[in-house]
Write a protein that binds this ligand. Structure first.
Ligand code: NI
Length: 372
């Protein structure tokens, strides 16, 4: 195993972060590495990201291994020698690690393709952070024959190289909502002549907690968060408009619908009660990621059989568009957590991956996809 080269790839990716839809240099680097490894790149209409394939010499299923490749608009605060060369952009979600591990696994699979049963699709997916990447890949129409989808994500709650497995829901649905309130602006001393959108917003915050979050069973996890509120410019004027925005997370489609409907009722009710115009904008994002029980069991057995450290991990309210593959193609998928050393959380400016996680991850993924 040429782990020195893998570390070089990782450091290059970390130093050259590109945000969603802008991953041109990143795609170029992936292409270059795949060409060096003599791995077949499949032409697609993707502006960024790419698909490649390793065809085994023995018969077997088509499996896909997905790595997301985008970075975040975060100003890096690590002291790494290979830190971001682009101010205000950072691989703060470990996608640099995902790309490297999948490329390293691809190198191992390619070397052993005489023994490989079936076909492995390598999916280098753009724009995961923007909700749009999985959908772009699905729309290429190239993955319709895939029978199993595998994905990985860095996990700073696990020791380096430990595989985290959990059958069932593993990542939440991610929706975004915004409520715009238009009232009547007036002098701060004469509130009876206006209709304050700020008063409406303050009521909305407690109503969202009281009625939206509590519209689903406490036995099933859900989140309704308010994340920004804006309105007003100065101290003595009641503004005409204001808005708030937030996110909803669930693991269950019915809960997702129930909360959406509750927020709509709360919005309409606030408008009627206050005499202002209240408008809800709902933006549907990621679906929940549900790990297939049989494939999760297979992953556990593969770890035990080959001596890899693994542990059961809890589901998390963070989202990932990986769930779209299984949902679209009605094929099972598993999203694995991979320990990258304990430390700062994902998306934190000081988040870092311990590169010692790359070699065991590549080796585990190879075993998983060899079909033996
Ligand atoms: Ni991520």
């Amino acid at each position: 195993m040429n782990t020195t080269r893998w570390t070089e790839w990782f450091e290059w990716f970390h130093a050259h972060p590109e945000t969603s839809g802008e991953e041109h240099e990143t795609t170029g680097k992936i292409r270059e590495i795949l060409q060096e490894l003599s791995i077949e790149i499949i032409p697609s209409n993707l502006p960024t990201g790419l698909l490649a394939v390793i065809r085994g010499s023995r018969p077997g299923p088509q499996r896909a291994l997905r790595a997301d490749i985008d970075a975040l608009p975060v100003l890096e605060e690590t002291d790494l020698s290979y830190q971001s060369l682009y101010e205000g952009r950072m691989h703060a979600c470990g996608h640099d690690f995902h790309m490297t591990s999948v490329l390293a696994a691809a190198e191992l699979l390619q070397a052993d393709r005489e023994q490989l049963k079936g076909t492995v699709w390598l999916v280098f997916q753009p724009a995961e952070e923007a909700f749009t990447g999985a959908s772009q890949v699905v729309q290429t129409g190239l993955l319709t024959g895939v029978e199993q989808f595998w994905g990985i994500h860095a996990d700073p709650d696990l020791d380096s190289g430990v595989v985290g497995i959990h059958a069932g829901p593993i990542a939440a649905s991610v929706d975004r909502y915004r409520i715009d309130v238009t009232g009547i602006g007036c002098h701060g001393a004469l509130p009876h002549l206006g209709k304050s959108p700020l008063t409406v917003l303050s009521g909305l915050v407690s109503d969202l907690d009281a009625f939206a979050r509590r519209s689903v069973s406490p036995f099933r996890p859900s989140v309704v968060s308010v994340t920004q509120m804006h309105g007003g410019d100065t101290w003595n004027v009641i503004p005409k408009t204001a808005f708030l925005e937030g996110t909803v997370r669930t693991f269950d489609e019915n809960d997702r619908t129930a909360i959406h409907e509750a927020i709509l009722r709360i919005t309409e009710g606030a408008g009627i009660a206050s005499g202002t115009e209240c408008v809800l904008t709902w933006t549907e994002g990621h679906d929940p990621v549900i790990n297939d029980p049989d494939l999760s069991e297979y992953a556990k057995k593969t770890a035990v059989k080959n001596g890899f450290a693994w542990q059961e991990v809890p589901a998390a309210m963070v989202g990932d568009d990986f769930g779209l593959y299984s949902k679209t193609f009605h094929r099972p998928g598993v999203y694995l957590k991979i320990g990258t050393g304990k430390g700062h959380n994902l998306h934190h400016p000081a988040f870092r991956v311990d590169p010692s996680a790359i070699a065991p991850t590549a080796s585990f993924l190879k075993h998983l996809l060899m079909g033996d």
